[in-house]
Write a protein of this length. Structure first.
Length: 57
């Protein structure tokens, strides 16, 4: 039961997103270095800011 709760909390917090990214990165780019969690967060934030349309409301 505790394992399920921990899984749920990690999913809600977005912590597993980095883990999934690392798995995909290793599969598609096995020789490229992995970004740190902080670098990944920075890349993700930059990408979201560039892709989202600007709105006033």
């Amino acid at each position: 039961m505790l394992g399920i709760v921990l899984w749920y909390v990690r999913e809600l917090s977005g912590e597993t997103e980095y883990d999934r990214y690392c798995e995909r990165h290793r599969r598609h780019h096995p020789h490229a270095p992995l970004p740190t969690r902080r670098e990944y967060q920075r890349m993700r934030t930059t990408r979201r800011e560039c892709e989202s349309p600007g709105r006033c409301c």
